[in-house]
Write a protein that binds this ligand. Sequence first.
Ligand code: GLN
Length: 216
Amino acid sequence: MTAPTRAPHVGVLAMQGDFAEHVTLLARIGIDAHEVRTRAQLDACDGLIIPGGESTTIARLLIAFDLMEPLRARIAGGLPVWGTCAGAILLARDAPALDRPPIGVMDISVDRNAFGRQLDSFEANLDVTGIDGGPLRAVFIRAPVIASAGPGVEVLARLDDGRVVACREGSMLATAFHPELTGDTRFHALFASLVRDAVAGDAADGAAGSRQEATA
Ligand code: GLN
């Protein structure tokens, strides 16, 4: 018997940065998306995007809004997350140039501002594992790089010089660039499929649980 599934709700952390662009893009591919600033909004999410912006500011606001620990707990419980640029810095276990501890859930080390200053921002075409239909145009704005990654982390994309700019660990994604700024919806569709899988898995677990109860 197939477990019933419902349409997933994707949250976009809206402390600071370009959260509105993510919400717009998700809406374009038919995903129910909402901004997240409170614990109740976090609890309502089936998946969460942490946008680009300024990682130091977002970290400070997460602490001020009492969201840091609830966020860590939800992610530890399997909430799919995707960090873009500053969001990737925040997800890293190790972000040496951040002035306070990151959320710290992905087994990656991320170097902030790895390409230099704002003026050194650039665009590149990337082949991304899991995304069909040709290279993805990627916008790097005072971007980080994923300097190292643990054995459970899959590299999804590299620059021509070999530096890692996108990776996945289970249902967590980190990208050094901003897929929300090009109008290309393929990366958001990839994340939405991870969220759908997680919702379907929870529904199947719930159904198995109630079957066990029924036969106990
Ligand atoms: N340079 C920013 C930081 O370190 C990230 C920039 C971005 O998100 N575009 O937080």
